[in-house]
Design a protein around this ligand. Structure first.
Ligand SMILES: *Cc1c(COP(=O)(O)O)cnc(C)c1O
Length: 435
């Protein structure tokens, strides 16, 4: 669900015309809808109200301060994966005591900082990490709250680069060995065994793998609760969203079209999981990223050239894989629409960026309205794993970002200046400089 739609043939984010934002801030431009962010959070929160639960937004999907502040104001905690992310939570006005710290590579410095900020729990990925956290906590004379990430060895049936819950990948500790790990960890004096965690993958479009993983881990969770008094069970993130949603005509929101319905609704998710988790008597954490931010953002770009080669028709745009790498990285599909609605026959088009890589594309052989130089397009569902994965490859600056709230809009990330791309670089002292 989201708040991007045509009104009288012009594309809008909530009450603001997207074209007016491009005029003001240039392109490429990320635009986020505050209403969509809040409603995605709220719908999930409401669906789970039958459970003692907490939502920790996976900020790696979108860590813009204004986006995070919006979610913090709605009550969200955060799933962080680095000291930088935890510092961002604080900068965005979020509450570090509502944060869980994930990731396989936590450094001593990161652990120390997180302990000083009194985070809710470390989601621990290995036994050496448990020992390290214990050691750092003991130096600080603290007890570190930890949860061990269990790898349930369940195939999430998603893209291999975003599957995390099988023994083929680096995440978590094997299901069969978890009890022993907790037994050994319980002897480490500066640890507080607070919970257990799992996360089986991203962009899951069915509820089945979630339910299968929860069912598989549940008996173990009950044992850990009885033996070690754990307080929470985090079932991870991974709720998928609809990327393929053709625009309806008129002012109708296109998700109302039957073929564009949401694949995995909060209701479906909650209906399958609440009965399994209700009797457990633990706080249930979830760590959704994409579900909250994905359809809340678009990337707007301008067509620089139309180029025909042999039987191909290319629209070369001013955004590129450095702005949105998902198609290059995961072969992902993003809906592309012109900011001014066009009628007439569609033309098979490759929308590509200007970077010197063949993987620099946004779509291939897609029937699109006939684009011409100067047209602006919106690449939809770009709010998750979009700007956060941006780079300055080809010395292209990071895109600007705007947050829309009703009829208001605010620039929430300035377009990076070109000079700042190399501001931390310098010549070697022995170099011959031009005077
Ligand atoms: C990436 C990640 C998430 C969020 O994944 P989404 O698919 O964006 O919901 C949650 N938990 C962990 C541990 C992750 O690595």
């Amino acid at each position: 669900m989201h708040d991007f739609r045509y009104i009288d043939g012009r594309f809008y984010c909530e009450g603001v015309s997207v074209e007016s934002l491009v005029k003001k801030h240039g392109s490429p431009l990320y635009i986020y809808s505050q209403k969509t962010l809040v409603s995605n959070y709220q719908r999930l929160d409401d669906a789970l109200k039958g459970l003692d639960h907490r939502i920790c937004f996976a900020m790696k999907s979108n860590s813009n301060l204004a986006v995070m502040n919006t979610l913090a104001s709605s009550g969200s905690g955060f799933d962080v994966v680095s000291e930088g992310e935890l510092r961002r939570v604080i900068a965005a006005g979020g509450d570090p005591t509502k944060c869980v710290f994930a990731g396989v590579g936590k450094t001593e410095q990161e652990i120390r900082y997180a302990l000083e900020q009194n985070i809710y729990a470390f989601n621990v990925e290995s036994e050496p990490e448990l020992e390290r956290i214990n050691r750092v906590a003991s130096k600080l004379k603290k007890k570190a709250p930890v949860a061990v990430r269990v790898n349930p060895n369940i195939d999430a049936n998603t893209h291999s680069k975003i599957t995390t819950g099988t023994y083929e990948n680096k995440f978590g500790i094997a299901f069969e060995t978890i009890e022993g790990v907790y037994a050994r960890a319980s002897k480490l004096k500066n640890l507080h065994l607070r919970g257990i965690q799992m996360h089986i993958g991203s962009q899951l479009t069915e509820v089945k793998p979630f339910a299968a993983a929860v069912s598989k881990v549940l008996p173990l969770v009950e044992k850990l609760k009885a033996s070690f008094g754990i307080e929470f069970f985090s079932i991870g993130g991974g709720l998928g969203i609809v990327y393929q949603q053709a625009l309806a005509s008129g002012t109708n929101a296109w998700w109302k079209r039957p073929e564009a319905k949401e694949i995995l609704t909060p209701a479906i998710y909650a209906q399958a999981l609440i009965p399994l988790l209700k009797g457990l008597g633990l706080c249930i954490l979830i760590e959704p990223g994409r579900f909250i931010s994905g359809n809340a953002g678009i990337l707007v770009s301008r067509v620089e050239y139309i180029k025909r080669t042999g039987n191909k028709n290319f629209a070369i745009v001013d955004a590129a894989m450095n702005d949105l790498v998902r198609p290059a990285f995961y072969d992902s599909f993003h809906e592309i629409v012109p900011l001014r609605r066009k009628t007439g026959v569609k033309v098979s088009t490759d929308v590509v960026g200007g970077i010197c890589e063949s993987s620099d594309y946004f779509c291939k052989d897609r029937p699109l309205p006939k684009l011409v130089e100067g047209d602006c397009i919106a690449i939809l569902s770009a709010g998750a794993y979009g700007s956060v994965m941006g780079s300055t490859y080809n010395s292209r600056s990071l895109a600007a970002e705007v947050l829309v709230n009703g009829k208001k809009s605010a620039l929430v990330r300035q377009r990076q200046s070109l000079e700042s791309i190399w501001q931390y670089e310098s010549l070697a002292p022995w170099s011959t400089t031009r005077e």
